[in-house]
Design a protein around this ligand. Structure first.
Ligand code: BV8
Ligand code: ZN
Length: 243
């Protein structure tokens, strides 16, 4: 059951901040980041492939991995957890949704102004960063070339060892520090700086809640933890909030 205190705080909240991770897309059939890679990819460690070094070493391999994931994500549909977060946006005065996911499922569920902390798997950018603002809209080869400088194009995601896009970083930190309620949904809270948002919210006096069927490294730092799937808990939360 959901704690009454959470409902009271949500009803009074001026600003709610939600951080999601791969767990919110699990029920859409998108494997979480740390699930054992399926089939062909079982022998690769995502921590190895999601790096600029891996791309430098073998752009073809990295592109094949991303194409495989793009294929998987394009066949996935948003689930009840995504849809509940889209509804929450119209039930509170202000909602900041920060996602670590690169699958675009929150937007497909109707969420607006989603902060994509780690980028988006469907966008391509120039690996040589000749023009960071320009998305490379060519997808004609395994490793598409940047039309401006001919360097290889890369998926528009943030790799390990790369900085978070400035705008996303600042907006997320500001929202965590300003919000009255912070929900951490479907993340193992391992990857920084995303995993630091919950601590900022907690230290700024927000009520912080972890929605995850399993405990995480940060469970002890939350006001409360709801041990069930996002697609079960979030619709229940909306149901109670809306009535
Ligand atoms: C940075 C995009 C500095 C790509 C991702 C050594 C070397 C280099 C860096 C580091 C290092 N040591 C530490 C670091 C920092 C590093 C880091 O934190 N590493 C970790 C592993 C210790 N961070 C970085 O490198 C970041 N950048 O620090 O740069 C810098 C600063 C300025 C200038 C230059 C440099 C960048 C990190 C971004 C990496 N990119 N993704 C891609 O997707 O291909 S991270 C990747 O992991 C995904 O985005 C994913 O979202 C993220 C976190 O994983 P989760 O989402 O939490 O998923 P996970 O599978 O782990 O957990 C799922 C959870 O869901 C589980 O808890 C499960 O119980 C739960 N669950 C399951 N089912 C459900 C559910 N919950 C609810 N409902 C369900 N049904
Ligand atoms: Zn270029």
């Amino acid at each position: 059951m959901l704690p009454e205190s959470l409902l009271v705080r949500l009803r009074d909240a001026r600003h709610v901040c939600v951080l999601t991770g791969a767990g919110v897309s699990a029920e859409s059939g998108v494997p979480t980041f740390r699930d054992a890679q399926q089939g062909l990819w079982a022998q690769y460690d995502p921590m190895e492939l999601a790096t600029p070094e891996a791309f430098q070493r073998d752009p073809e391999l990295v592109w094949r991995w991303y194409r495989w994931r793009r294929e998987l994500v394009s066949k996935a549909e948003p689930n009840a957890g995504h849809r509940a977060l889209a509804e929450l946006q119209d039930l509170v005065p202000r909602l900041t949704l920060v996602t670590q996911n690169v699958d675009g499922l929150h937007q497909r569920a109707g969420s607006r102004d989603v902060i994509e902390f780690h980028g988006n798997i469907f966008s391509n950018r120039c690996f040589a960063r000749c023009n960071d603002d320009r998305l490379v809209d060519r997808d004609d080869a395994t490793v598409p070339a940047c039309p401006d400088c001919g360097a290889p194009a890369r998926p528009g995601v943030v790799w390990f060892g790369e900085g978070i896009p400035e705008v996303a970083l600042n907006a997320s930190f500001a929202a965590a520090a300003d919000c009255d309620v912070f929900l951490s949904v479907g993340t193992s809270s391992i990857v920084y700086p995303a995993a630091g948002l919950g601590t900022i919210a907690h230290e700024s006096g927000a009520m912080t809640v972890e929605v995850n069927p399993n405990p995480t490294e940060q469970s002890g730092g939350f006001t409360s933890t709801l041990r069930d799937n996002a697609a079960v808990i979030l619709p229940k939360l909306i149901e109670l909030l809306a009535h």
